[in-house]
Structure formats: C-alpha cells, structure tokens
Design a protein around this ligand. Structure first.
Ligand SMILES: NC(=O)c1ccc[n+]([C@@H]2O[C@H](COP(=O)([O-])OP(=O)(O)OC[C@H]3O[C@@H](n4cnc5c(N)ncnc54)[C@H](OP(=O)(O)O)[C@@H]3O)[C@@H](O)[C@H]2O)c1
Length: 343
C-alpha cells in the first residue's frame, strides 16, 4: 500500500560515534574531502597521513592539522597509534594498499571500487577474514540518511514488484585527470560506474546476463558505456556512464505500485521522490552538502569497529564482490583489460 508519509532516517548522530584514530593513505582529491568531512561533522580523529613522498605527506598534514606525516604507505600502516586505515589511492593501487594495512592487522576502509576486479576483491575479503579485522569498501552513498529511508521503503514493499532500474552517471573531467590514464585503470566504469552498478545489484541482485556497448576517449581508455542487465524475476536495468559531460545522473527504481526517483546526482546527499500510479507523490529532502556527507560512512565504520564487527551490514564485502563481478562482466563485453590483467 502506498504510505501516507515516508519513514524517518535512522542514521545516528556522527558526533556520538566512538572516536577512532585514522591514518590516511594517499594525499589526493578524495583524501582531502574525507578529512575535511570528518573534521567538520564527526568526532573521528585523523592522526596520521602517508604519502609516496614525505613532502606531500607533510603538506597535507600541515593543511589539515594532522600530527604525523609519513613518507611511505608502509610507515603509515605501521604507525602504532593508527586504529583504522583509509585507502585513498587510484583503483589499481587499492589491492596493494589494502593488503599492506590488513597484513599488519589494521582495520581498513578502501575507496570505491574496492579493487580492480572480483578476483582482487575476493583476495582482500579473504585476507581481512583471516586477520579478523574490520574491512569495508567506502561506498559512502549507502550511508547517507536518504539511503536509509530508501532501504526502508524497499523493505516495506512499497514499490510492489520491482521491474526495472535505470541509472545514469556522467561527469566532465579536464584532460589531465587520471581518469584518462591507461596506467591508472582509467575510463568512467570504475570511477563513476561503481555507483550505478552497486545500487542496481543491491536492488536486483547479481545480473543473470549483461550486455554493453562503449566508445573510447581520445587517450584510448574507454570513454562511455551503456549497459543492460537482465536480472532475476524478469527484471531489467539500464545503466549509462560517461566521462564526457555532466549528465542528469538520476536513479529510478520502478515497481508495479510505485516509482522511486533519486534526483541527480543520486550518489550525493540530496532529494528523492516516491510516486504512486495514481499520481500521489511523497518527497524526501536532505541538505545537499556534497562530499561533506563522507562523515556518515566514517562514523558507521567507527561504530562497527567499536562493536567488534569485522564487516558492515550496509556494505558487506560480499556485496562489493558482487559489484566487482558485474563490472568485470561489463568489461568483458567490451574487451576492456587493465594493464595489471595482461598475462
Ligand atoms: N567517494 C567518492 O566520492 C570518491 C570521489 C573521487 C574519487 N574516489 C575514489 O578515490 C580514489 C582516489 O581518487 P582521487 O580522485 O582522490 O585521485 P587523486 O586525486 O589522483 O589522488 C590519488 C592519490 O593516490 C596516491 N597514488 C598512489 N599511487 C599513485 C599513482 N601511481 N599515481 C597517482 N597517484 C597515486 C597519490 O597520493 P601520494 O602522492 O600522497 O602517495 C595521489 O594523490 C579512486 O579509487 C576513486 O575511485 C572516490
């Protein structure tokens, strides 16, 4: 039955999560936003940063008031005062950096996508399991309050039988961005496509069949992809991702009794609406704070670790592996092979 109102988000106050001591691996774009979000909105303490170069670590530490700057990732993960490591390097370095941190027994949060492919993702999950520490892919979108409301709407069966998922995510990048580089596993699929694929597989499960078409960017990496998933119970998903332009980046989940439309960019904090076949409509809104919303996932990690968990209920490693396998299937349709995968 179509509800008279939407459920409230159950997201706890980030400032009340147990304060953990974080160490940051890599000093790039997302690392800056992560630390800024934690400082502004949480009680988490960023105590150390590690970079391939001591100078970059020192500059980052100075900019963000961080106590210790390490001139290598090895040194950072070995810092005895770090409780949890955040891996913020390019995709093709996630496996190596996560392995470093997990091997010395550190809880580890790994930027999305968790790895380059499903094989690497399984390897990370196995190592984390053997070490008995907390490990999660930083799929921060799923920790936003709006996604807690969306999960409740889906669990309540408000949409009726789900028939399809349609998601688009495109961004403009300047030509010198790493997304154009073959040696950094460039192309939109892992950077942007992880979000649509993660949302689709979380709603419909792993695809039974995947079809895809793509066109290249001038540097030779893939530039854009349109994919179709056939899922269980005669469900379909259409996905589009591009590095050529900012696109509407909306996500639509369609059921026989309702349509859920997440405004673009769907992966950021923002609004969504629920529409019944007779036109009744409910709207959810939250402040569009962009990447400041990264604090929700960090606080969830801190709560999970304090509770003695080794995985997140919201983003377990098995879901990250399912996402990676679907991304692998899209690449296999297009013949995209990353440098690390060439025999
Ligand atoms: N959650 C989100 O909203 C979001 C947004 C953007 C990106 N991401 C993810 O975060 C990861 C990093 O993206 P980013 O945009 O922050 O990248 P970036 O600005 O290029 O920073 C990546 C950092 O990784 C380190 N690194 C290690 N090996 C490197 C290499 N061979 N080449 C270049 N840098 C290397 C560098 O730090 P040092 O020089 O200090 O070692 C560099 O600053 C990606 O996996 C991406 O998917 C997530």
């Amino acid at each position: 039955m179509f509800p008279s109102s939407l459920p409230a988000p159950r997201t706890p106050d980030s400032r009340e999560a147990p304060p953990l001591k974080w160490g940051i691996v890599g000093t790039g774009w997302i690392a800056e936003r992560f630390v800024d979000a934690l400082h502004k909105h949480s009680s988490q303490q960023v105590v150390a940063v590690g970079s391939r170069t001591r100078g970059s670590a020192a500059k980052f530490a100075e900019n963000f008031g961080i106590e210790r700057a390490h001139g290598s990732y090895d040194e950072l993960v070995g810092d005895p005062n770090v409780d949890v490591v955040y891996v913020a390097t390019p995709h093709n370095h996630h496996h190596a950096c996560a392995t470093l941190a997990l091997t010395v027994g550190k809880h580890t949060l790994i930027e999305k996508p968790i790895a380059l492919n499903a094989r690497q993702a399984r390897d990370i999950a196995e190592l984390a399991g053997a070490q008995g520490v907390f490990c999660m892919e930083a799929l921060w979108t799923f920790f936003l309050p709006k996604f807690d409301v969306i999960r409740q709407v889906l669990a309540d069966g408000v949409l009726g039988e789900i028939r399809s998922v349609d998601i688009d995510y495109g961004e403009h990048f300047e030509p010198d961005h790493r997304i154009f580089r073959q040696d950094l596993a460039g192309g939109p699929l892992l950077d942007l496509g992880t979000y649509p694929v993660a949302l689709t597989t979380s709603v419909l499960g792993a695809p039974l069949k995947v079809k895809a078409s793509g066109t290249p960017a001038p540097t030779g990496v893939n530039g854009q992809i349109a994919a179709v998933f056939e899922g269980q119970n005669e469900t379909l998903a259409s996905l589009h991702t591009t590095l050529f332009a900012f696109t509407p980046s909306t996500a639509v989940i369609t059921g026989t009794q309702g349509v859920l439309t997440i405004d673009g960019p769907f992966m950021l904090p923002g609004n969504f609406s629920l529409t019944a076949p007779d036109g009744r409509r409910l709207e959810y809104s939250e402040p569009a704070i962009g990447h400041e919303g990264l604090h929700f996932q960090a606080s969830a990690v801190a709560r999970g670790i304090a509770e003695g968990k080794t995985e997140s209920d919201v983003r377990p490693l098995s879901d990250s592996i399912t996402t990676m396998a679907a991304l692998d299937a899209i690449r296999s349709e297009l013949g995209i092979v990353f440098n690390e995968e060439v025999p």
